[in-house]
Write a protein that binds this ligand. Structure first.
Ligand code: BMA
Length: 317
């Protein structure tokens, strides 16, 4: 039995697994939870991240506006399912992740520069005032995901170096920093291994600390004659040296299947950016972008996911 090492979230959104469902991750029956209709100026609202905030929840949402500019807004919710989005743009860019480290919330996102995308980092205490730091990477990079605590005294960021377009390759690396300003100590973490992820992989939600290691959900991409298909996989990284992969599922845990995942501005995309986890019950709620159009929710438990990873561990082969 794996154990989540972290806080309890009593009001974590939850729905039991449908009777007879065979797989470790199941979808919320009310999906999608956020659509383009949640903001009047939105063309689409998708790859977005949420975090417990005070007694409720706050989030950072990717909005592509009606000029098709990519921007980030905040949102708030009491139940982490029904969200009020603010129409004020906090940053330009896309694919935000958010995590709490000590007493601050840190946003990492794909920042736009004239030279390509970098990983932007900003901090806040209240989701109103944001202090932007220096970009964490040189262009061109995407999928910057911070660990939720310092490891051996350092901030640790997962990152995926890429090109300026719809990158046809991509491995996950780690970089570390004593102060969130100077970065170095780069390490390779993982590359595509199986057909479903053969084009590229990128970190998803903030890693979840367990007694077996960091549980990392990530996206993997396969290229077909129709273009890219994005699915979600899972891996376990060493707690002290998180560039060491301990276990990794050989197959996806969630892939485009429902109509809101297979039809949209970009069909066949499941793009996880956040996971809420409750240490007491082991429950996990995963937030993912669906078809670059809406935000959807899925559930699992640390046991179900770990068991699946162990049963399908490509490192054991
Ligand atoms: C990636 C990013 C994601 C997007 C995905 C599918 O390169 O731009 O935001 O969900 O492509 O279009």
């Amino acid at each position: 039995m794996a154990r989540i090492l972290g806080e309890n979230i009593e009001n974590l959104p939850w729905e039991e697994k449908p009777e007879g469902y065979k797989y470790p991750v199941w979808r919320y029956s009310g999906n999608p939870i956020i659509t383009r209709d949640n903001l009047f100026f939105a063309n689409s609202i998708f790859n977005s991240a949420v975090v417990p905030f005070k007694d409720s929840f706050a989030g950072v949402f990717r909005v592509d506006d009606r000029r098709r500019n990519q921007v980030i807004v905040t949102g708030f919710s009491n139940d982490a399912i029904n969200w009020e989005l603010d129409d004020k743009v906090i940053f330009k860019g896309y694919d935000p992740r958010i995590c709490k480290i000590e007493d601050r919330y840190y946003l990492s996102w794909v920042n736009l520069t004239p030279h390509g995308t970098t990983i932007g980092i900003a901090e806040t205490k209240d989701f109103k005032v944001w202090e932007q730091k220096e970009d964490a990477t040189y262009p061109v990079a995407r999928n910057g995901v911070l660990f939720p605590r310092k490891i051996n005294g350092e901030y640790v960021l997962l990152v995926r170096p890429c090109d300026r377009g719809h990158t046809p390759y991509g491995d996950i690396f780690i970089q570390r920093s004593p102060d969130l300003n100077y970065w170095g100590n780069y390490r390779f973490v993982m590359k595509p291994e199986r057909n479903w992820e053969m084009t590229k992989v990128g970190a998803g939600p903030t890693p979840i600390e367990t007694d077996e290691g960091w549980l990392l959900f990530y996206h993997g991409v396969i290229t077909s004659c129709n273009g890219f298909t994005y699915s979600m996989g899972a891996t376990v990284l060493d707690r002290d040296e998180p560039w060491k992969v301990l276990h990794r599922a050989d197959s996806f845990l969630l892939a485009p299947h429902e109509i809101y995942e297979t039809v949209g501005d970009v069909p066949n995309v499941v793009f996880p950016c956040a996971a809420l986890s409750d240490a007491k019950s082991g429950r996990i709620a995963i937030y993912y972008g669906a078809a670059d159009t809406s935000v959807a929710l899925a559930f699992t438990t640390v046991d179900e996911t770990m068991e699946y990873i162990h049963q399908h561990d490509l490192l054991k082969e």
